[in-house]
Every structure is written in structure tokens, then in C-alpha cells.
Design a protein around this ligand. Sequence first.
Ligand SMILES: [Ca+2]
Ligand SMILES: [Ca+2]
Length: 472
Amino acid sequence: MRRWGGFLVLEGNRQYKRNGNDRVPVLLLWMRYWTDDLLSALMSKLGVIIALSSATLQGMLLPGAGQTAGKKDGADGRAQYKIIIGDNIPVTSRRPFLCTLAAWRDLSGHGPILVAVGNPYEKKPAVTVIELKAGQAIVSATGEEDSRFGASLLAVGDITGDGVTELAIGAPGAEFSRGVVSILDGHDGRELHRWLGSNPGDAYGTALALTDVAGESGSVLPAMVIGAPCFGESHAGYIEVRRLWDGANLGSCQGLPGESFGFCLAVDRTPTSGGADIVVGAPGALNTHDLSEQDGAVYVVDGSTFLSRRRIDGGIGFGWSVCIARSFFTGGAETSCVVVGEVNLNSGKVIVLGGDDYAILRAIPCPDASDTCFNAKFGWKLANVGDCDGDGWDDVLVSAPQADSEESPDCGALTLVSVLKGTVLTQSFGQEPFFQIGWNLCMLPERAGSARKQVAVSGKSAVTTVTIARSE
Ligand SMILES: [Ca+2]
Ligand SMILES: [Ca+2]
């Protein structure tokens, strides 16, 4: 509903009250003031618009319009895992929900965990590197006004050979939205590379991912994939692959008009021949925040020829997020699945694609234990958190930043799903109403010998650390 007019928005949520064995639909409505700089500026000209989509209202009032609940795993539906929402990471942003995150550990894996926090929508966009345990900012870099410097962040590993990871920073609004990606030396912040989009409006640097390319005599070299979704009706979007050590442009691949090809990226390193595959989301979005209103697609691109191997079509908002889940069969070949978020007004779902033809293996709907899914944006971000339940397949953490719990509207939810079984392992909600946990997710480096997985998560009110652990 936020799409219609914005500003002061009347929001609704269909919930159910128990009445004996029956459940009676109850409509909850509340007002929200959407404080975006752009919208504030528009508002001064246009005044307040209260918009309420009749289609949405109808959807809320129709009984049974919600998704069926995902089954909880474990005996008696008891969760065997828990998601613990922990300490806040200090952030200066007025709007942490727009923060982007990257994390790494330096000095051959034994140093403290460092987290880079991007504030791309501040008046002076900035990226600050924080030492997680001490909660102290170590260093920061700023970009030009409206450049959206820090809209994407990626720790790219050590290029210079000093044991310190370098940091890639995307600024898709820079140079008249041509977009710029900078690789900064992790030691002194020196700019090692600066790459530009081809044309104004490309939004080059909206998405970043690491990949491998073939080097001389069978060696493998690290490279970076850069997404330029060229938001808009007539723009196709493209990806570009750059070798990290010398910045060489190795090739590119383009999408179809209006589909925002390059909106999100994942790299599948499991194919045994021809190097890594690049998985590209093309949800047909007009920008990174408003939901898509058209059918989306996901492409699998050969990472050595940069030719599209396959296009997989989906419903509205399909391809909003992508990640790879791998399996490790002892003595057998490693295989993988592509996990795709389909985010739309209905509730969203996560779809698992696999096999040689990337067929749909299973769809995991938003688990609506308390009918929390309407416009929850389930699938907004995905993070591969490794194999939590020991079934040999990676499991995936799914965010739904506008999910409601029974007590709190808009607190957001994090859901751990089993890719192999298509079930929900556990779910946790944001701590308070309107916390909106899950606008961004970033895995933290694992501690040696620890079974706990840690994820940095941004919500509306704060950036926080989340731990996934077996419940005893
Ligand atoms: Ca370095
Ligand atoms: Ca698993």
C-alpha cells in the first residue's frame, strides 16, 4: 500500500482472533509517516495524501487469503534452533533501515571482527568500519552528496598482499546515476580501483559479488561481479565482471528492457567445468525500495563466457533476492541449489531451484503462525548461514522486515529455513513494534570451533547482531 502516494500512509493488517474453534478476521489499521528526504520534499509541494488501495483492502478482508503456515521442524513442532537477537552495533545513521553491511576478520582470520556500515541515504553518505566487540568506529570514508556511496559493500579479500582485506564500495547514484565502484585499500583507505557505469542512469554498483575466473595455467583468480540494473521502464540492466588485481574488464551480460537485470547477485562455485556460475536477479524493480509490480526472472550466467545459460521466470517480484545453498555429500560431488526471494504485496515466498534445468524444487511460503504475513516482505534478503540442522545442505536465513508478531506490528521477522526439506526451522521477531528487523543481512566471520552462526542485521531502529544456535 505504501506504493500508492506514500507520505502519510494508512496501513492495514489482517489478523485473526480466536473464537472457539473458529478464527475471525480482524482488520487492524494504523497510520505511518514515511520520512524519506525525497518524500518530505515532495510533501511540501503536494500536501498530505492518504491513499488506500481498494484491492489491498479487499485482500485483507477476504478470509483465507493468507498463506498456509510453513511446518515447524522437529518433534511436536518444537523448534530445535533459536535465533537470539543480541547487542546493537553503534550506528550514527538517523535511519538504520537503509544501512548496508559487510563484515570480515583480518590478520589471517585471528583478528577482531570488523563490520562496515554504509549510510548511503544520509546527506553526506558515509561508510564507517566498526570493531564489533569493542563497538568502536575505527575509520570512515565519505562520498559525494546524492551519490548513494555505500549502497553496496563487499569485503573482497587481500589484493595488496599485506594481510588486510580490501573493501569494495558501490555508489550507484554517483556521476548522474551512472554509478561508481571503488576498491579501497583496507590498510590506508587508498583507492586501488575506480570503475564507472557506461551511461547516466545505469545505477552501476547497486549489487556486488565475488567470483573466480580462470587465470594462466589453470590458476583461479578472484574477480568481482557488478550489477547495473538501470532502473526504469526502458532499461535492461547489465552485469560486468572485473578482475580484482588489475581491474581488467573481463566481460558483461545484458538483460531485457525493463527487467532491472543485475538488481541482486549470487555466485555458484560448484559447477565443475567452466568456472563459477553467476546468478542474476531481474525483478523488474524501479528502485531498491519500492516493490516490483511485474513478473520477475532469475538468470544463470556462465562465469567464463558471460553468456546466459538459462532464464527462469517467476511471479511478481521474483528475483528480488538470490543466494546459493550447497550440499556436501561425503565422497560425492558437491551440488547446489539457487534460492530466490519472490517479494510482493501478498506476503512473499522463497523458491528453491535445482537440477540441470533449474526446476522449482520447492516453495517456502511466509510462515503465518499468527497471520503475520500480509505485506511482510518475506524474502527481502537471504543469507546462507551454513548447515545448521546437520542434513548436509546449507540452510538460509530469510528476512521479512515488515512482518508483525502477535504483539507488535511491523517488528519484522527472521526465519531460518531448511533448503533440503522446505520447512521452517525457527523464527524470531524484532524486539519492539516498528523495529523492522531484516532490511539487510550480513554473515559475520565464524569463530573457530563454534557451532553458533552470527549475522549482522539492520532494522529500522538499529543495527544489531543475531546469533543462530541450537536450543538445548
Ligand atoms: Ca590488503
Ligand atoms: Ca541444513
